[in-house]
Design a binder for this molecule. Sequence first.
Ligand SMILES: [Zn+2]
Length: 57
Amino acid sequence: MTETYKRNKCEKCGEENPRKLHEEPDKTQVLYYSMQGAPVYKTRIKCGNCGAVFDRA
Ligand SMILES: [Zn+2]
């Protein structure tokens, strides 16, 4: 099986432990609305080490 998933890495401090990098919705950026009408937000990554927020790789 080929692993094509690209690991996220903090641009600021270099943290790449997935347990430290938390996905969270960026509520300023709605991608689309689900059929139930709920907004689906773009996800971004927040570094649990330094607090930097950056886009998913
Ligand atoms: Zn960091």
